[in-house]
Design a protein around this ligand. Structure first.
Ligand SMILES: [Zn+2]
Length: 245
């Protein structure tokens, strides 16, 4: 084994490997996405076994390997215990982990993505569920990844006055006005446009205080999923998780 290094990581997924090993995927602030082998973790006596569960935040010591790094020690820092009792929140945590896994890059610092992941899992653990927290997580993830749709003006003519009606077009990547809307467009109200702009930029605690935000989120979450389908690979949607958990 090569040099060792320390980091904090959140467990995004794990896959059985060989007789008793697992490959664990982490998001970390300093090294982005890391896949590492936890040796012997499936044995009953394994020391790090209970410390490497999905969604847990872990203090790690790793050794660089030729192909995959190796977990040499793991100490659980934070785990969302409440999640396991609630199917809806568990489903949301799964959405968070799988989308972060898809957007995270290996080998580069991603402190903002790490903080967003931890904040989202923290909100779900604290009892948040439903479309607002899901929409916030997904839109902010797009913003952090440099993929956010343009909501400043009509994509075609540049109109941006508050009196016009606007449409969201997932394929074209933003808003159009009545005159320029294409065949596949979904109406987007001024309050919904304002809400999306806030969701790109603010922590969940700020968002949760906006009146009527939950209802607006419920009616526009599908637009966000359509945008993921068009620009970020298929979205992971709630209600489609059964077999994967
Ligand atoms: Zn226009």
């Amino acid at each position: 084994m090569g040099a060792t290094y320390q980091t904090t990581g959140i467990v995004l997924s794990r896959t059985n490997f060989g007789e008793a090993d697992r490959i664990i995927r982490f998001i970390t602030p300093e090294h982005g996405k890391i896949s590492a082998v936890a040796k012997g973790i499936r044995r009953v006596k394994s020391k790090s076994g209970g410390h490497l569960e999905p969604f847990g935040e872990v203090a790690l010591m790793l050794a660089t390997g030729r192909n995959l790094d190796v977990v040499t020690s793991a100490r659980l820092v934070w785990y969302p215990h409440e999640l396991t009792a609630n199917y809806e929140r568990l489903g949301l945590a799964f959405i968070i982990a799988s989308l972060v896994d898809r957007f995270a890059q290996p080998g580069e610092p991603q402190p903002e993505l790490y903080a967003h992941t931890r904040m989202a899992l923290g909100a779900v653990e604290a009892g948040e569920s439903g479309p607002l927290v899901e929409l916030w997580f997904k839109l902010r993830l797009l913003a952090i990844s440099g993929l956010q749709p343009s909501l400043d003006q009509c994509l075609v003519c540049g109109r941006s006055d508050a009196d016009s009606r606007y449409w969201f077009e997932a394929e074209r990547g933003g808003l159009t006005c009545d005159d320029d809307r294409g065949a596949v467009a979904s109406p987007m109200s001024q309050p919904a446009i304002k809400l999306w702009r806030l969701l790109f930029n603010y922590p969940y605690a700020t968002i949760a205080r906006i009146g009527g935000a939950s209802e607006m989120a419920a009616s526009s979450l599908a637009d966000c999923d359509d945008f993921y389908d068009a620009h970020g690979g298929h979205s992971v949607r709630s209600g489609t998780l059964g077999a994967t958990l």
